[in-house]
Design a protein around this ligand. Structure first.
Ligand SMILES: *Cc1c(COP(=O)(O)O)cnc(C)c1O
Length: 710
């Protein structure tokens, strides 16, 4: 093998482990190989290496500096994969031999693997990444949607057009998982009246592994092949069948691949059928009674719930559910009615719908919400399933979500932290002591870095706006949109109605005065997709897109289409303020605001989700004081007024309060207070450590006591 062949091989290996995505220097290698193609392939190194002209790669790689960087990156990857002195070896010993199996309908690891729709998926991706960094073995289990999630194009009327693009496995960082004979692992799952074959693909995310099931198998009818086409697509029937593939198929896949999980962790209820399949297997292989098997499953399983409204949980019609559960009930040796009762809120009523969340609540010993407030809301919401005791004793605790710092942090900020927190700061991320050192960061340096990041964001947004104008054949604007000196607010998330992207639009004159204030102007960058069937969400997106054309707001309120992890990363790194306006208490946690803390932005949010516990009076801005009104319209109106007040009276004055050198000193002190008080807690390393200590270790030990509510 020539040296160049060897280098190609190393590039390929780097591209096939998503570890590169949280290593800025490796991202830079791929980008520099061909910046134009890098952009066209959506930052997908697997596709890049296929599309780029081989002579061009050779030419670039022959460049000595590139060669050395690739060698070094490759060596670092090997060291990372082989590393054995991790947090996990010391603190998670019992999990080392038998990994945690983490089930989720979506995984947001990187924008080039589009099998996520929003926060739930990004959380799952961040979880796998921190498990990898901390050295706690985990295998993710999900579905490979071959059309991914919807792409959003905003048309000339501001309306969201949905576009699904087929993705080829050959262009994704997925590899067939092979059996001893070298064939891709595939097996059948029973669905009513037929079997559906699934193939298993593997993804590497650092030391974590992700198994993805795919129904595109020649043995299936064309309709069945479509079962794994789209994330959250189709009707109730498609949905329950997807959930059976995910839960039953996913658990079976672990066995086929030779993985014996110590603990099952279900990220939301979509994968709850895995619990029944595991019980069925215990009955079959260990000869336990169905009741004993169900107890065993409950003792070793963890369930995280994310949805604080009943309507947000799947409720499958009884006839639909019973048809789909027949095979499982038979395998378990239980009457169908008993299995149906496990997913019912009213077990005495045979016509009651089947709710996978209820199944998960009944069949896991450790259950948690994703913030302190959400834990309380969940205990209240599910109290009826635990009659006889007070609400506080409903066995649902909470572990607040955190974000994977290396994924969301700007490289320039990382450099600043290396200098002032120490070169090994990432290793003690979740220690409050580390963050007291953030006081040492000189405000002027922090401001400088922030302004660089902001300029980069504005360039990115302008380019996206220009792309859309070009596509729609619109003329260039008279003035460049957005200004680097203007206070910049960001609002980006799924356009679900409860998130209230339009909260400031209830008074457009007041918005006009806020945006066009002579001394303290404001500009707002929006992004977000609505679910294809959510007309309310699409109407929200349209309202935002149409404001762009109002001369009062042109170039000052802008909408970036096709929100993704990539768009999100630009935004959280470059804005001054992150806005969040959920209708309390509907935001179970919210994580996008957490991504801003370390990048030097301030949160301005309704006291909901993580912010209800994170806000301390001076580390960001609170909107209102956590009121809830029985009439949503009244609550929306009051929260809108409160947001205007906070922006006008607190946020803008503080931002434009400058010292003699033009520095917003008090603003930057608040940013630093945000880092000191929030960063140690709202990161995924802390979250994973909590799961290990409070859930995984007790579950792996088969402790039957329930997780304490905190
Ligand atoms: C972080 C993230 C989210 C979650 O945002 P919330 O504020 O929790 O709604 C959703 N989508 C993407 C692409 C993200 O990166």
């Amino acid at each position: 093998m020539t040296e160049i062949d060897g280098t190609f091989q190393k590039l390929r290996e780097l591209a096939r482990n998503l570890w590169w995505s949280w290593q800025p220097d490796i991202r830079a290698i791929f980008r520099e190989l061909d910046p134009e193609i890098w952009r066209i392939v959506y930052h997908n190194p697997v596709a890049l290496l296929q599309r780029i002209n081989p002579d061009e790669i050779s030419r670039r790689v022959r460049d000595l500096e590139m060669q050395t960087r690739i060698n070094q990156a490759h060596r670092r990857l090997k060291q990372y994969l082989d590393g054995c002195d991790s947090w996990g070896t010391v603190h998670a010993g019992p999990l080392l031999a038998f990994p945690v199996a983490y089930f989720s309908a979506e995984f947001g690891l990187h924008q080039s693997l589009p099998i996520y729709s929003g926060g739930l998926g990004v959380l799952a991706g961040d979880h796998l990444k921190s498990m990898s960094d901390l050295g706690v073995p985990v295998v993710g289990v999900g579905l490979l949607y071959h059309q991914g999630y919807v792409h959003q194009l905003i048309d000339e009327n501001g309306w969201q057009q949905d576009l699904y693009e087929p993705i080829a496995a050959s262009e994704l960082p997925v590899d067939p998982v092979r059996d001893a004979e070298g064939n891709q692992v595939r097996f059948a799952v029973e669905l009513p009246g037929r079997q559906v074959w699934v193939k298993v693909w593997g993804v590497a995310a650092g030391r974590s592994r992700l198994l993805l099931l795919d129904a595109r198998d020649d043995a299936n009818t064309p309709e069945d092949q479509e079962l794994t086409a789209r994330l959250y697509g189709g009707d109730q029937e498609t949905r329950i069948q997807q959930e059976i593939l995910l839960g039953v198929g996913g658990f079976r896949a672990l066995g086929r691949v030779g993985i014996k999980p110590s603990v099952l962790h279900l990220n939301e209820g979509h994968s709850a059928f895995a619990l029944l399949e595991r019980a069925r297997e215990i009955v079959e292989h260990q000869g336990l009674t169905p009741q004993a098997a169900l107890r065993e499953v409950a003792a070793t399983s963890v369930f995280t719930t994310h949805t604080p409204v009943e309507a947000g949980h799947d409720h499958f019609r009884a006839d639909l559910a019973s048809r789909h559960l027949e095979a499982l009930a038979q395998g378990l040796g239980l009457p169908l009615s008993e299995v149906m009762a496990l997913g019912s809120e009213t077990p005495s009523d045979p016509a009651a719908p089947f709710c996978p969340t209820v199944l998960a609540l009944k069949l896991t010993r450790r259950t948690n919400g994703v913030s302190a407030l959400h834990g309380r809301v969940s205990r209240k919401m599910w109290h009826h399933l635990y009659p006889g005791g007070p609400e506080e004793q409903v066995p649902i605790g909470h572990i607040t979500n955190g974000v994977h710092v290396r994924t969301w942090l700007a490289a320039d900020m990382h450099a600043l932290y290396v200098q002032y927190l120490g070169p090994r700061w990432l290793e003690s991320l979740s220690r409050p002591e580390l963050w007291s050192r953030s006081e040492r960061i000189p405000e002027a340096e922090l401001w400088e870095v922030h302004q660089v990041l902001k300029a980069r964001l504005l360039t990115f947004v302008r380019r996206r706006l220009a792309d859309r104008r070009e596509r729609l054949g619109l003329p260039d604007p008279l003035q460049e949109p957005l200004h680097p000196e203007v206070l910049t607010l960001g609002f980006a998330r799924r356009f679900a109605t409860y998130k209230r992207a339009d909260i400031l639009f209830q008074d457009l004159d007041r918005l006009d005065r806020l945006v066009n204030h002579p001394e303290r102007p404001v500009q707002i960058v929006f992004a977000g997709k609505a679910h294809p069937r959510d007309t309310g969400g699409k109407t929200l997106a349209q309202k935002v897109a149409n404001l762009e054309r109002d001369p009062r707001f042109a170039g000052k309120i802008v909408f970036v289409e096709n929100y993704s992890m990539h768009v999100g990363r630009q935004l959280v790194q470059g804005v001054d303020v992150w806005l969040n306006a959920p209708r309390r208490p509907l935001e179970a946690c919210g994580t996008s605001g957490e991504k801003c803390i370390l990048n030097g932005a301030l949160n301005c949010s309704i006291l909901d989700g993580w912010w209800a516990e994170g806000y301390d009076g001076a580390n960001g801005f609170a909107v209102g004081s956590g009121e809830i009104h029985a009439e949503p319209e009244i609550q929306d109106e009051r929260d809108g007024l409160a947001l205007f007040e906070t922006l006008e009276n607190e946020v803008a004055p503080l931002y434009y309060d400058r010292d003699a050198t033009g520095l917003p000193l008090r603003w930057l002190q608040r940013v630093k207070r945000g880092m000191r008080t929030l960063a140690w807690r709202y990161n995924a390393d802390r979250m994973v450590m909590d799961y290990v200590r409070e859930c995984y270790l007790p579950a792996a030990g088969g402790e039957t006591s329930r997780m304490p509510s905190r």
